[in-house]
Design a protein around this ligand. Structure first.
Ligand code: TXA
Ligand code: MG
Length: 322
C-alpha cells in the first residue's frame, strides 16, 4: 500500500517522487490533492489519466508563498494585498500566466491564465518546501466522485496509482478552495469554496461578483458547454480532424508514424503513439502549428481510449465552428 503517515521521512520521500515525475497524494486544509510537478508535462498528463477525466480542465498550481506565486503569475498591487491577506489559505487566484516559467501547458489547458494557491496545511507546506517545484493538484478522486477528505478516501478511489499517499488525517474544511478570477478590474468568484465571498469583500474593501451559478458540475469544474468559457484555448487556425496527411497549405498534427514528405510542417504529439506523451505535448503542439500561420491544421486520428478521450474532446472543440 502506498499510504504513509506524513512524518518528515515520508514527506522527503514524497518530494523525491514528485521530482522524479510521479504522482503523490497529499492533504491540504480543504481536500486531499493528487499532485504532480507542474513543470513536467508528462507527470501532469498522468494526473488526468489517474482521475479518468474525460476533459483537460486547467489545474490549480500549489506554491509555497507569494514570492513563488509571483514567479509564475502576474500580480497587480490590489491582488498582491489580497494574497497577503488570505495566503496561506483556501483561496485560489486565477491570474495572467507569466511566460517562460517552465510551467507545463497542460496545467493551464493552454490558457494564458494560471490558477495559483498557497495552501495552509503543514504537510502540504512541508511537501512544497521539500519538492522545490510548483505542484499541480486537483482533488485526489476519480472524475465524477466526491473530493476526498481522508487518506482512506484517496486509497479507495485511486488505489496504488499515486506513488505515495501522505496521510495527514482528516482535512479541516472538507470543501475545495474558492476560485477567484483576478485577471480583470472586478474580481469574480468562479467556484465558491472554503473562503467566503463576504470575507474576500471585507479584506478587499470592494464588491466581488459571483460567477454564473448554473455551471456547477459534480466536481465543481468549469462550464463545459461551448461558449460558456470564452477563455478556453482554441487555435486561430481551423482544424481538420481524422486526416491521414496534410493537403496543400496545411500543417500536420501527427500521432504515431508520420506520412512521408511532411518535414518542416508537422509536429508529432508522440511518434511512438503514447497517449501520455501526446497529452503532455498537445497544447504546446497546437501553439507551434498555429504560429506557422497556416490556415488549417490537419490532425491525424488519435485512439479514443485512456487519455485519448480528453485529447479528442479538446481537438473536437477546437475544430468546432467559431
Ligand atoms: O481545494 C482545492 O482547490 C483542491 C486542493 C487539492 O487544493 N484542488 C482542487 O483542484 O479542487 P481542481 O482541479 O479539482 O479544481 C480546480 C478548479 C476548477 O474549477 C478549474 O476549472 C479552475 O479551478 N481553474 C483552474 N485553472 C483555471 C484557470 N486558468 N482559469 C479558470 N479556472 C481555472
Ligand atoms: Mg475536484
Amino acid at each position: 500500500m502506498p499510504t504513509l503517515e506524513a512524518d518528515d521521512a515520508a514527506i522527503v520521500q514524497a518530494a523525491c517522487e514528485l521530482r522524479a515525475g510521479r504522482l503523490v497524494a497529499f492533504p491540504t486544509e480543504t481536500v486531499y490533492g493528487l499532485g504532480a510537478d507542474a513543470t513536467n508535462g508528462r507527470a501532469v498528463a498522468l494526473i488526468f489519466e489517474a482521475k479518468g477525466r474525460p476533459r483537460f480542465n486547467p489545474l490549480i498550481v500549489h506554491v509555497i508563498d507569494l514570492a513563488a506565486a509571483e514567479r509564475i503569475a502576474c500580480f497587480t498591487p490590489k491582488v498582491r494585498r489580497l494574497a497577503a491577506a488570505f495566503w496561506p489559505g483556501p483561496l485560489t487566484l486565477v491570474l495572467p500566466r507569466r511566460e517562460g516559467t517552465g510551467l507545463s501547458d497542460l496545467v493551464t489547458a493552454g490558457l494564458a491564465t494560471v490558477a495559483v494557491r498557497v495552501p495552509a496545511h503543514p504537510v502540504a507546506r512541508a511537501l512544497l518546501r521539500a519538492a522545490g517545484v510548483p505542484v499541480a493538484a486537483p482533488s485526489a478522486n476519480l472524475s465524477g466522485h466526491v473530493s476526498p477528505t481522508t487518506a482512506g478516501h484517496v486509497a479507495a478511489d485511486l488505489g496504488s496509482t499515486p506513488a505515495i499517499i501522505l496521510d495527514g488525517g482528516p482535512t479541516t474544511h472538507g470543501l475545495e478552495s474558492t476560485v477567484l478570477d483576478a485577471t480583470g478590474d472586478r474580481l469574480v468568484v468562479l467556484r465558491p469554496g472554503a473562503t467566503t465571498r463576504e470575507a474576500i469583500e471585507g479584506g478587499l474593501g470592494e464588491a466581488v461578483d459571483s460567477g454564473p451559478d448554473d455551471v456547477g458540475e459534480p466536481e465543481g469544474e468549469l462550464p463545459s458547454s461551448p461558449g460558456q468559457l470564452a477563455s478556453h484555448y482554441a487555435p486561430r487556425a481551423r482544424l481538420r480532424l481524422h486526416a491521414n496527411a496534410p493537403e496543400a497549405g496545411e500543417v500536420l498534427l501527427a500521432f504515431g508514424p508520420e506520412p512521408a514528405g511532411v518535414e518542416g510542417r508537422c509536429v508529432n504529439l508522440s511518434p511512438a503513439g503514447d497517449l501520455v506523451e501526446a497529452a503532455a505535448n498537445l497544447f504546446a503542439a497546437l501553439r507551434r502549428l498555429d504560429a506557422t500561420g497556416a490556415e488549417t491544421i490537419a490532425v491525424m486520428p488519435i485512439p479514443g481510449h485512456g487519455l485519448g478521450e480528453a485529447i479528442n474532446d479538446r481537438l473536437r472543440r477546437a475544430a468546432a465552428p467559431r
